[in-house]
Design a protein around this ligand. Structure first.
Ligand code: HQG
Length: 205
C-alpha cells in the first residue's frame, strides 16, 4: 500500500504530497499492518481486546486508539488517515466512534447502506472448487454475517485471488434479485446481501 501522511500546505495525502514538504506518518507496510489489525478488531475479535462493539457495529474511537497504540505504537491521526484513504471504504468514523462497514463475523445489525444505485450486475470471485456447491445452494455468508459482492469483474478477480491464482468469477443478477424482493446493500466499494439463490448466479470466468 502507499504511504500516508500530513502536510501543512497540501493537507492529508496518500503517496507523496505535492509540495514535497509533507511528513509521512505511516509507510506502506505499517499502513497495511494496522489496517488489517483494525479489520480483525472491528469485524471479528473486539472482546479479545476489551473493545465493545454495539449492534450497529460501532466502537468507541478513543478506546480503539488506545488498543492500536499499545500494539502498534500509532495514534488517532494515523487511524483517521487509514480510514480516510482506505481503497475499499472498509471503515467509517462518526461522532467519536468507528466501525467496519462489512466483513463481520460478530453479531451486528448489518442492514445499513450508503444511498446509491445498485448496479444491475454484480460479481463474486471465489475458489473454482466452490462453484458446484454455490450453483446448487446459492451464495451463503459462511463464517460472516453477509455475502459480499464486487462492483467490477477486476475487483471480483482480486477477491478470488485470495483463494486461487485463477479464481472463478460469478455474475450476479442484482436487478433480478431486487425485483424479487431481496435487499442489496452498498458498503464502501463492496455490496452485501443475505443470500444469493442459484437462479441469480451465472459463471463467467
Ligand atoms: C464461499 C474481503 C461453497 C464464497 C474481500 C467465499 C471481500 C461458498 C467463501 C470480503 C458458498 C466465504 C469478503 C457455497 C459462499 N458453497 N462455498 N454455497 N457460498 N461460498 O471471506 O466474498 O479485503 O466470507 O465464494 O475482498 O471471499 O477483508 O467472503 O469464497 O470483499 O476488506 O465461501 O472480504 O475484503 O469467504 O470476502 P469470505 P469473500 P477485505
Amino acid at each position: 500500500m502507499k504511504p500516508l501522511g500530513v502536510c501543512d500546505k497540501c493537507g492529508d495525502f496518500e503517496g507523496s504530497c505535492k509540495c514535497g514538504r509533507g511528513k509521512v506518518l505511516l509507510d506502506g507496510k505499517k499502513r497495511e499492518l494496522v489496517s488489517k489489525f483494525l479489520s480483525r478488531l472491528l469485524r471479528h475479535f473486539p472482546h479479545s481486546f476489551g473493545v465493545e462493539v454495539d449492534e450497529g457495529g460501532w466502537a468507541d474511537l478513543d478506546k480503539v486508539v488506545d488498543v492500536v497504540k499499545e500494539r502498534h505504537g500509532v495514534g488517532k491521526k494515523e487511524i483517521e488517515l487509514i480510514v480516510k484513504f482506505d481503497p475499499k471504504g472498509r471503515f467509517e468514523i462518526k461522532n467519536g466512534k468507528i466501525r467496519a462497514k462489512y466483513g463481520h463475523s460478530i453479531k451486528v445489525k448489518v442492514d445499513w447502506s450508503e444511498s446509491s444505485e445498485i448496479p444491475p450486475v454484480l460479481y463474486h470471485g471465489t475458489h473454482p472448487a466452490n462453484v458446484p456447491s454455490i450453483l446448487k445452494r446459492g451464495l451463503l455468508p459462511m463464517k460472516r454475517r453477509e455475502v459480499h459482492l464486487s462492483e467490477t469483474i477486476q475487483d471480483a478477480i482480486e477477491v478470488g485471488r485470495r483463494y486461487h491464482p485463477n479464481p472463478a468469477v460469478l455474475a450476479i443478477d442484482a436487478k433480478g434479485m431486487i425485483k424479487a424482493g431481496f435487499e442489496i446493500r452498498k458498503k464502501g466499494r463492496v455490496y452485501t446481501t443475505d443470500h444469493v439463490p442459484p437462479k441469480f448466479i451465472k459463471r463467467i470466468l
